[in-house]
Design a protein around this ligand. Sequence first.
Ligand code: TYM
Length: 336
Amino acid sequence: MSEVITEKKQTIFSGVQPSGKLTLGNYLGALRNFTLLQEDYNCVYCVVDMHAITVRQDPPTLRRQTLEVLAQYLACGLDPAKSTLFIQSHVPAHAELAWILNCFTMFGEASRMTQFKDKSQRHSDNVNVGLFTYPVLMAADILLYQTDKVPVGVDQKQHVELARNIAQRFNGTFSDTFVIPEPYIPREGAKIMSLQDPLRKMSKSDENANGFILLMDKPEDIMRKCKRAVTDSDTRVVRGEGKDGVNNLITIYALATGKTPEEVEAEFAGRGYGDFKPAVGEAVVELLRPIREKTEDLLRNKDYLESVYHEGAQKAAYQARKTLDKVYRKVGFVQR
Ligand code: TYM
């Protein structure tokens, strides 16, 4: 007689800010993995509009971009029947837990967050308290769902580690309440660099639009940006120290075509950047074409998007409430 062992699926949580257009970096570092993980895990993915307002946003644009990120989740292959997809501000437990966790986060540890230091320099006219406690809200996002793994790019690793520390402190003060989450960083693509300054990460807030590729960019724009990508004075398509631009393009081409970096080097042996850069452009165009077309289709179907985020928020709120009730009891709040 065969024995059936049903193991409880582990939980994955991640989020993306609707604070601009999504880049190839967001896709290769995060969204692509969200989709790969949904078969084997209980996945919860959120559009974090509350995080986005830590930097001044134009309200109609924020509303539009929030739906656009949701549409892009779906276009990348997330299936609402398998994963919970919702908008952060629709589940008030995020804000409620964030307050409690603020009281379990030390001023010193929040001050060490490199993203806070970067952003407060870039937005020196608006260094608001929300920007400072941003990682605490992120910890609330993660801990509410008893998350095991958090798929993110390298730039978010420090924030996930803070969430671990906060969870450990809370559990240690009371008793086991939160699962201790782990960052889940892809081996390749965890930090896609700017095409114009390959020592900096590809970012939608880059002033030079040639530095980033957007998921919604037109094929001719993608080709132009790849052809203009900064490389080096060597001509060989191989990885190496000081060849940051080429290293980055090899990573992008490998991920877009499903080849290993070694296979890419072999494919372009004896050929120069003049052949390589347009090939990267074509591979990225083909990678992003179905995502862009599907996103455009979905954005024409607002009713469907609404049904996805309504249902997602209901499922998320149920899970989140269970954790929040436990937390309220532990800290000593009187039951309502
Ligand atoms: P955000 O919106 O800046 O970025 C979304 C995801 O994309 C990854 N990423 C990159 N990966 C590789 N190369 C790049 N150039 C690149 N640029 C961005 C980010 O690491 C991220 O995984 N604070 C988060 C959003 C968030 C969150 C959460 C994430 C809020 N709550 C809870 C995980 C869990 C952020 O700003 O991501």
